[in-house]
Design a protein around this ligand. Structure first.
Ligand code: APR
Length: 313
């Protein structure tokens, strides 16, 4: 069984560890935070629940001791500032870029081959930063955003249709931002039936709009950004990697020509297996979807260019 480390023991990091405990596929999970005692406390609390989860996963909490993360197969990076109501993910770049830079340098000292999964926002530029700053092979770095946005898309579709969420298949591609994500309504199905044949045009437009601001809606309700669905999305992606399941996830990958883009990390459907992201699936987008992807890519590249101004890449 696998060893996984989670950096940042806040809302998302702790939820992700709890979700992995439920999924029961790790021998060891290391939870690391910069704040004294928080990771140790959450790890101990979860260990005391673990027998009741039917799990023997060892959860070890540490304060800034990266040596404990040695030989991790996957490292999930949640360390960073979350959004406050009214903020965009892009506004977090100044603070979070510095955190992601130091964290990736530290984890790679002890686990040079680990697959890095980036959650800290703005996620697409942070994925690009983790990849470029550390000169890693492209498949070794993946961003979690598309899977979360797709879970929200699933939720809103199931609500509109009035069906169980398990009967919905759908994907969100493009950037992980309120205005950059692309919920692919034309590809969404209810048990194989296109949802566009079930819902009216207005209903489809509302589902897409609600999905795009899904994170902001929660931030407004909670006063900070959400954690259950982000934690679970990262946990299922990590499981696909370490169990070499090769399942398809909409996730942030480095593009070299796919979808007409180069030198950019952005959300596309890709298989996740033991080498990280393994194969990008090229969807047959229509002209309107292609234009949305181009617009999303331009905006994502524009945000990532701040990293150059900060002399980080
Ligand atoms: N090293 C380790 N941990 C750090 C560091 C660092 N350099 N800097 C901050 N942290 C820790 C904080 O101490 C905190 O415990 O990261 C944790 C972040 O937790 P929260 O503030 O609860 O934020 P959370 O909701 O988990 O979101 C984390 O994920 O979804 C994104 O936008 C979100 O960027 C944010 C990230």
């Amino acid at each position: 069984m696998a060893k996984i480390s989670v950096i940042g023991a806040g809302n998302v990091g702790a939820s992700c560890v709890e979700a992995m405990l439920h999924l029961n596929f790790c021998s060891e999970i290391v939870l690391l935070d910069i704040k004294e005692g928080i990771a140790e406390g959450k790890a101990m609390d979860m260990m005391q629940a673990s027998k009741q989860y039917g799990s023997n996963t060892q959860i070890i909490g540490v304060t800034n001791d990266y040596s404990k993360t040695a030989n991790s197969e996957v490292i999930i990076i949640t360390s960073g500032m979350p959004r406050k109501p009214g903020m965009t993910r892009e506004e977090l770049i100044g603070v979070n870029a510095k955190i992601v830079t130091s964290v990736t340098e530290n984890v790679l000292k002890y686990s040079p081959k680990a697959i890095l999964m980036v959650i800290a926002n703005p996620m697409d530029p942070m994925t690009y930063l983790a990849l470029k700053k550390n000169n890693l092979p492209k498949n070794q770095v993946v961003g979690m955003g598309g899977q979360l946005d797709s879970s929200r898309f699933t939720y809103y579709l199931a609500q509109a249709i009035g069906c169980p969420m398990s009967d919905i298949e759908c994907m969100v591609i493009g950037g992980h931002g309120d205005t950059t994500m692309i919920p692919l309504i034309r590809f969404a199905t209810y048990k194989g039936i296109p949802v566009t044949e079930i819902l009216s045009k207005e209903q489809c437009e509302k589902v897409v709009a609600d999905t795009m601001v899904g994170g902001a809606t929660l931030t407004k309700l909670l006063g900070t950004s959400a954690w259950y669905a982000p934690g679970m999305s990262a946990a299922s992606m990590a499981k696909s990697i370490v169990m070499n399941e090769n399942r398809v996830f909409p996730c942030c990958c480095y593009l070299e020509g796919q979808y007409g883009e180069n030198d950019l990390c952005i959300g596309v459907p890709a298989t996740l297996g033991k080498n990280g992201w393994e194969k990008i699936l090229e969807l047959n987008l229509n002209e309107e979807e292609k234009a949305l992807f181009k617009k999303s890519a331009d905006a994502t590249r524009n945000t990532a260019s701040i990293l150059k101004e900060m002399n980080l890449v």
